[in-house]
Design a protein around this ligand. Structure first.
Ligand SMILES: C[S@@+](CC[C@H](N)C(=O)[O-])C[C@H]1O[C@@H](n2cnc3c(N)ncnc32)[C@H](O)[C@@H]1O
Length: 263
């Protein structure tokens, strides 16, 4: 299946998507007592939003993603920050059992999944993760805010209407950030023997128009991106539609489920 995260989308994602607040990385380290001799697997690592900030706290991270362009961008961004202990590997959630045999049972401090579980078979994945974790280790599932077109604000409603004129009905997918999905993940973690706690970090930030448009482009499959010739016209049109609703304040509720392996 073509996921649409390749080509220019990898750059857009890296440039315009938010990383995570440092409090989230601290919560992960505390919850699973991650130390300098631990290793971590970040599944659906994208351009390294979780893998790169976790890496300085542990011995090594394996960042796994099916999209080579995301991994290439992740690698160069990590190198720019002097982070060299991440192995960026092409793969997917279904490779976890193989990683398990490569790494040995009980060898990993944490498996993290940021904004990517909705692409995976979470039931099979949670069942496979337990044996690879060392005692006290765990799995962290993170949802990073609400898509720009689903916010509860006038600018977001105007964006939503404009997007549905441009691309057709929707998009309505909340990428696993909604309460119902979070509840489902929580139940599944519990059923697979994890003790679950929740971390909630809320903040708001003002977007300039370029970041708003870049954020929208970063969420489009690469084959839906407008051509370079079309972009000035699209930007001018959207700028005019949204202008009455400035400032563009984005609410960013970060939600993490932390499942600790019950011994
Ligand atoms: C929205 S991005 C999230 C990137 C990053 N983890 C973050 O928190 O911002 C979703 C990523 O999941 C990857 N992905 C999609 N299906 C996957 C699968 N079955 N297993 C692992 N990663 C997958 C995509 O290639 C993409 O890089």
């Amino acid at each position: 299946m073509e996921l649409g995260f390749g080509g220019e989308v990898a750059d857009l994602y890296h440039r315009y998507r938010r990383g995570y607040p440092s409090g989230l990385i601290d919560a992960c380290i505390d919850a699973f007592s991650l130390k300098g001799d631990d290793s971590v697997i970040d599944l659906g690592c994208g351009t390294g939003q979780l893998a790169t900030p976790i890496a300085p706290h542990v011995r090594a991270v394996i960042g796994v993603d099916p999209e080579p362009d995301m991994l290439a961008r992740a690698r160069s961004a990590a190198q720019d920050q002097g982070v060299t202990n991440v192995a960026w590997m092409v793969g997917s959630d279904s490779d976890l059992p193989l990683l398990r045999s490569l790494l040995a049972e009980q060898s990993v401090g944490a498996v993290t999944i940021g904004q990517a579980l909705h692409w995976m078979d979470h039931e099979a994945l949670f069942a496979a993760i337990g044996p690879i974790l060392r005692p006290g280790g765990g799995v962290m599932v993170v949802a990073n805010g609400i898509p720009l077109w689903l916010q509860d604000s006038d600018w977001s409603r105007a964006l939503r209407a404009w997007l549905s004129d441009w691309l057709g009905p929707g998009p309505t997918n909340s990428c696993g950030t909604d309460n119902t999905t979070q509840q489902r993940y929580r139940q599944s973690l519990t059923a697979n023997g994890f003790e679950v706690s929740k971390v909630e970090l809320d903040y708001a930030d003002e977007l300039d128009f370029d970041h708003l448009l870049g954020g929208v482009y970063s969420a489009l499959p690469v084959d839906r991106l407008p051509s370079a010739e079309e972009r000035p016209q699209i930007a001018a049109e959207l700028r005019e539609v949204l202008h009455p609703y400035r400032p563009y304040i984005e609410q960013v509720p970060v939600r993490a489920l932390l499942g600790t392996k019950v011994a």
